[in-house]
Unconditional design. Structure first.
Length: 138
C-alpha cells in the first residue's frame, strides 16, 4: 500500500495536533512510528457506539461527524483528534464516528499507544499538560 504522507509530513502534522502540542520532536517521531494512515470514504463508519475503544484518530484531511447517544453531534476536521477519551477511560465507545467527506486519518491503536506511553514518561507528561489545560478552560 502506498502511503500518502511521507514520514516527515506525518511528524509535522502530528506536531500541529492539539493533543500532541506539548510533545517534543523526538516524542512526536515515536508517535508517528505507530500511526497508521487510514482512508475513509464519505458515509463510511469509523466506529460505532458500544464497540470496544481500540484507537485514537487524527483527521489529516476531510471531516468526521461524531454522534453521541443523546443525539448531539459535532464535526471534527483537520488537526482534530477523536476517540481518545474512550481509550483513556477503558470503556466502550460512547459515540458513533462517520466520515462526512472523503477523509484521510491517522489511526493510533490503543495497545500501541499504551506500549509507547509505558516507556516514555515525557509523552505521558505532555498528554497530561494538554488535558489539564483543556479542562481548565471548561
Amino acid at each position: 500500500r502506498v502511503s500518502e504522507l511521507a514520514r516527515i509530513e506525518t511528524v509535522v502534522f502530528l506536531q500541529s495536533v492539539d493533543i500532541f502540542s506539548y510533545c517534543k520532536a523526538e516524542e512526536v517521531l515515536r508517535i508517528a512510528a505507530i500511526a497508521q494512515e487510514r482512508t475513509v470514504a464519505a458515509g463510511e463508519r469509523i466506529y460505532s457506539a458500544n464497540e470496544p475503544a481500540e484507537g485514537l484518530f487524527c483527521v489529516v484531511r476531510g471531516s468526521v461527524k461524531i454522534e453521541g447517544s443523546n443525539g448531539e453531534a459535532k464535526m471534527v476536521g483537520p488537526l482534530a483528534t477523536f476517540g481518545g477519551i474512550d481509550i483513556l477511560r477503558s470503556r466502550l465507545r460512547t459515540a458513533t464516528a462517520t466520515a462526512e467527506t472523503d477523509s484521510l486519518l491517522l489511526a493510533i491503536e490503543s495497545d500501541d499507544l499504551f506500549d509507547l506511553l509505558s516507556n516514555n514518561i515525557e509523552i505521558v507528561k505532555a498528554l497530561f499538560r494538554h488535558l489539564i489545560e483543556r479542562f481548565q478552560l471548561e
